[in-house]
Design a protein around this ligand. Structure first.
Ligand code: F6P
Length: 344
């Protein structure tokens, strides 16, 4: 078979491990002819393809990013996008596509599959917010990077007896904030799932600091919002072709307010794309490899319109439609009973 592979949306540690697994298994087990689509759906529209074989995949298992490139292009939002896509598909005699991406890329994959294209999806996002799978690769790596950063912030915060606000990624869901916050012993964890009350946050910090010399780390997800409206907001103002706003600024807003309301010296650290860069953890390499092998198997079983997913530690197939229906938000039990168990 001639099989195309595409990575779309924000990059994520482990993408190369999936590409490698799809290519190796496809070529070695079935003699597939593989081709890479460059820069996600954008490459489909412009006909930008790259050769992909076992040789090209050598050494990429531990490498972050994606050797194919990625973009946030939405073929349904581009005039003539679907016609261009069809042309590239037919001119290059593509039999099937493995689309690796988050809710946006998989949403396009789902629509294409519903209109007759042979597509199999692989879920990825550092945000871990896809409900159809218990985990996405990239999340574990992002949590480890954020936790390492929080560990470092602790020692400097303690030395100066400061509050340090650490802003992490998480547009609609606070998984990274919650996991890294728990692992890093944060005093406060603010997530998009619940609008936070700044007075409550400050009161809890005051109680904590009243016990003595107590530096505090506050972890805030970029999509978290204060109850008192969107003051200081976290919107940068631009949106992508899928309608997502670019976020930024909530960490600085929280730091300024905490300092103003409590008088505690406060600093902010915004981790940003450091969380998405660099080598995937061993866990993410394994999950990505399992997903890649399962995806190429799904192609050869003709299981089009499906996505591979992790359920009860097994890689299973679920309808692509499921990947895009519901956002997986942080379990309130984890948030209230664990993340906030030691709140002052
Ligand atoms: O891919 C998810 C994500 O990392 C979000 O957590 C974040 O809001 C967004 O991507 C950032 O996107 P970009 O790299 O386009 O700025």
């Amino acid at each position: 078979m001639r099989i195309a592979v595409l990575t779309g949306g924000g990059d994520c540690p482990g993408l190369n491990a999936v590409i490698r697994a799809v290519v190796r298994k496809g070529q070695l087990a079935w003699g597939d002819d593989m081709v890479g689509i460059v820069d996600g759906w954008r490459g489909f529209l412009s006909g930008n393809l790259a050769p992909l074989d076992v040789e090209r995949c050598r050494g990429i298992l531990p490498r972050g990013g994606t050797i194919l490139g990625t973009s946030r292009t939405n073929p349904y939002a581009v005039e003539g996008g679907l016609e261009s896509l069809a042309r590239t598909w037919h001119e290059n005699e593509i039999d099937a596509l493995v689309a690796i991406g988050g809710e946006d890329t998989l949403g396009v994959a789902h629509k294409l599959s519903a209109s007759g294209y042979a597509v199999v999806g692989v879920p990825k996002t550092i945000d871990n917010d896809l409900s159809a799978t218990e985990l996405t690769f990239g999340f574990h790596t992002a949590v480890q990077i954020a936790t390492d950063a929080i560990d470092r912030l602790h020692t400097t915060a303690e030395s100066h007896d400061r509050v340090i606000v650490c802003e992490v990624m998480g547009r609609h869901a606070g998984w990274i904030a919650t996991y890294a916050g728990i692992a890093g012993g944060a005093a406060e964890i603010l997530v998009p799932e619940e609008d936070f009350d700044l007075d409550e946050v400050c009161e809890s910090l005051r109680r904590r600091h009243a016990r003595g010399r107590f530096a505090s780390i506050v972890v805030v997800a970029e999509g978290a919002k204060p109850k008192e409206g969107s003051a200081g907001g976290s919107r940068v103002g631009t949106t992508d072709q899928f309608g997502h706003e670019r976020l930024g600024g909530i960490g600085s807003f929280v730091a300024e307010e905490v300092e103003r309301r409590t008088g505690f010296e406060t600093r902010v650290t915004i981790l940003g794309h450091v969380q998405r860069g660099g080598t995937p953890t061993a866990f993410d390499r394994v999950l990505a490899t399992r997903f890649g092998i399962a995806a190429i198997e799904a192609v050869h079983d003709g299981a089009f319109g499906s996505m591979v997913a992790l359920r009860a530690d097994r890689v299973v197939r679920v309808p692509l439609a499921e990947a895009v229906t519901e956002l997986k938000t942080v379990d309130p039990v984890l948030l209230n009973d664990v993340a906030r168990a030691f709140r002052a």
